[in-house]
Design a protein around this ligand. Structure first.
Ligand code: FAD
Length: 473
């Protein structure tokens, strides 16, 4: 028999149940990727995600080539591309790993029906999560809205099944089978804003494992103490790898269990890390059960929240990292230049946008969607609704992060701020989070955001709250 394996958000060979099922049939295995962003409803991948996707697909193809196979790339619509490929290869089976975005669930259900009606055997499996979103439920069968009991139930179920090993060899793919070159998908930017991404990231399965090894050796043991410090390399930076499925939460959870059994000093960090993977699970649980939440607050009482009007200029200043609040600007510039921002800083930047500037959280959510390499519909929705105070288990809507105090606590020497805001490099440590206390002369000299020449001028007058204007602070 011949089986198609439809790769989607599972761009890896290890712990890939769809690939393992196809291999188990013992016949031809055709790895397929279909480009169909228009099938993702209101949330086609943003620019930073597309960059990642391009490189991740290239890495998957080279992993397959090392095992004698190769990736067949086709353009959507997906149902047509799959039907056509099944015909060209006389495939009898199609396997894929599930996705959970509302528009994609609908599409997949329709495709499953069509393919089955055409006589194919179609099977989908879970590769993205520790648990299917519907496997965890309260005693009354309803979904959880509070994290701690949700995670407790997950832990009781046990998260330690061993991952599937990668296949050693794959059957070669017929040479006649046509594949689109990756470049035709147009995933890479036309303007080269991505140059710095290459110094921070290595998309693909091998890159994910290198990142994991590095985190395990250098930071896991201290994770519970240092995960809130943007000035230290205290977190794993595995989020984009997890998002694209280059490494699975099951593989990580399994590794952590092994390491904690061997090395007692990793226990506290290991457990804290597993709990963060739990937040990721919780995000998918919520997205699955409340599919309207990417656009609408989970707590309906917030539907008519009195947001500011006419906030265009303030939104642009926030996006460009020139609000005048050092920690927020540092985060927004880190985001622009690297496609990633530290979690603590995401919370503070989101709080400033929604609580101080009173800009709807959906605006921030969209900007993150476009600029994050780890942009993920479930986690981004949860993060924004949590900060805005309108989601599940959210911070109360009246709680406002004080970015100065947060800065002093989590970036005590101002290293993080100075790394991303060159204008503030001459400010003393004491005043780095409130430079207006030190300034006698205008601080914000003509320059450009993120050191990218000609991108955006940040003259003092263009900063929303100029760093050197004490009245505003
Ligand atoms: P680590 O601290 O090493 O955590 C390990 C893994 O656990 C992460 O890779 C991630 O998969 C998961 N995780 C950790 N914290 C969270 C969390 N709060 N919610 C869900 N999963 C979590 N994360 C995304 O992956 N994509 C997003 O689009 C996203 N948008 C966010 C928006 C806002 C406003 C906020 C406050 C948070 C958002 N997060 C998002 C969650 C979190 O900031 C990132 O997952 C984390 O910063 C990734 O860095 P890391 O891999 O070093 O995390």
């Amino acid at each position: 028999p011949t089986a198609l394996v439809w790769f989607r958000r599972d761009l890896r060979l290890g712990d890939n149940p769809a690939l393992a099922a196809a291999c188990a049939l013992g016949g031809q295995v055709i790895p397929v990727y279909i480009d169909a962003p228009e099938e993702e409803g209101a949330w086609p991948p943003g620019a930073a995600s597309r960059w990642w996707q391009h490189h991740s697909l290239a890495a998957l193809d080279s992993g397959l080539k090392k095992r004698n196979s190769r990736l067949i790339v086709r353009q959507g619509p997906s149902h047509k591309a799959l039907g056509q490929l099944a015909e060209e290869t006389s495939a009898t089976h199609i396997f894929w790993n599930r996705r959970y975005e509302p528009a994609v669930i609908k599409r997949d259900q329709a495709i499953k029906q069509q393919l089955r009606a055409a006589g194919l055997t179609v099977k989908s499996t879970n590769a993205l999560l520790l648990f299917e979103p519907w496997e965890i439920a309260k005693n009354d069968g309803m979904p959880y809205r509070i994290f701690t009991p949700f995670w407790k139930t997950c832990l009781e179920k046990g998260i330690g099944r061993s991952p599937f090993p990668p296949p050693q060899h794959l059957p070669p793919v017929n040479r006649q089978l046509q594949s689109e070159p990756l470049s035709t998908l147009g995933l890479l930017p036309k303007i080269p804003w991505d140059q710095e991404f290459y110094t921070h990231w290595t998309p693909g399965e091998a890159g994910a494992w290198r990142q994991w090894e590095c985190f395990l050796e250098e930071a896991l043991g201290k994770y519970h103490q240092e995960r809130d410090r943007p000035d230290l390399p205290g977190t794993s930076r595995l989020s984009p790898h997890l998002h694209f499925g280059e490494i699975s939460p099951r593989q990580i959870a399994f590794q952590i269990q092994i390491q904690m059994d061997r090395r007692a000093e990793l226990t506290a960090g290991g457990q804290a890390y597993l709990r963060q993977l739990g937040w990721r699970e919780f995000a998918y649980h919520l997205l699955y059960h409340f599919p309207e939440t990417p656009e609408k607050p989970l707590n309906e009482g917030f539907t008519h929240f009195p947001w500011a009007e006419d906030y265009g200029e303030a939104l642009t200043a926030w996006q460009q990292g020139r609000t005048g609040i050092p920690l927020v600007d540092a985060g927004m510039r880190e985001l622009w230049r690297t496609g990633w921002m530290h979690n603590r800083v995401r919370m503070i930047a989101a709080s400033l946008l929604t609580k101080n500037l009173r800009i709807p959280w959906q605006e921030g959510e969209r900007w993150f969607w476009e600029t994050l390499v780890d942009a993920d519909l479930a986690s981004n929705t949860l993060g924004w609704q949590w900060v805005a105070g309108c989601g599940a288990d959210a911070a109360p809507y009246f709680r406002v992060f004080n970015p100065v105090l947060q800065g002093k606590k989590f970036d005590p020497e101002g290293k993080y701020v100075q790394q991303w805001i060159p204008e503030l490099r001459k400010i003393s440590k004491q005043h780095i989070h409130e430079p207006w206390k030190e300034a006698r002369q205008p601080l914000s000299t003509p320059g450009s955001v993120g050191g990218q020449s000609g991108a955006w001028g940040v003259r003092s007058r263009n900063v929303l709250f100029p760093y050197d204007n004490p009245k505003i602070h």
